[in-house]
Design a protein around this ligand. Sequence first.
Ligand code: NAP
Length: 250
Amino acid sequence: MQTEKIVIITGASRGIGAASAQIFAKNGYGVCINFLNNDRAAQQLKNEILQYTPRCITVKADVSKSEEVKGLFEEVDHKLGPVSVLVNNVGILKTQCRFDEIEEQRFTQVLNTNVMSCFLCAKQAVKRMSTKYGGLGGAIVNVSSGAAKSGSPNEYVDYAASKGAIDSLTRGLALEVAAEGIRVNAVRPGLINTDIHTLGGEPNRIDRLKSKIPMLRGGEATEVAEAIYWLASQNSSFVTGSFIDITGGL
Ligand code: NAP
């Protein structure tokens, strides 16, 4: 395996992605922080990470777009070196509503951002990591959701279905590249304290629902990031095509 460890984390300026970037940096990885709009948050995270590693870059790119994904991976090739871990973390949801009220434009945006991004990034990663193409192997960790199993009725079935696609991608790709040095796994977070709930129109969603969580609280981004790191690390070297639910028992 390669000794220079490089991780690309999509959507890493905030939330679970940012918490993951910190853990990878503390463990000696060179880190690429991808983000969409929030230059300030990305730069602030980079400044924090530079305390742990000099190898950290920010790359502004919409990972739902093929050309921008190509550019992201090429920038990492040039500035950090060959990627060894991809964390497919980007995900959005929209305002809570019934499924039959959702506009087609939203279907497209949610599927492109949550699913196409993972397809495009995983493809670029496999081309670089697979021993079939002369790569040194690596790991891909997809960030799914407990919604893949619950279906999120009356909230965001479109989002839940996009995460179902991530689960199928995880299983299928894991088996396809298992003999080529690449492990593919996923985490399924439950209710985690990040900005994403504001996008759904309910910033205090976790407060409303926490009594239904067996552990009676929402999770923190670092609690998801620890599992992501484990799945990427050699400590999980015989784990592929697997899922970790991080839901407080929900
Ligand atoms: P978040 O706090 O809303 O952060 C989203 C991140 O994604 C930001 O860094 C944002 O960049 C970036 N982003 C959005 N669209 C992008 C695009 N097209 N290209 C590049 N970057 C983009 O989200 P989070 O709660 O940490 O969620 C992370 C993942 O966990 C998602 O896949 C989500 O579905 C999943 N998840 C979250 C929860 C939860 O309760 N929080 C539960 C289950 C699953 P900017 O800062 O530039 O906007």
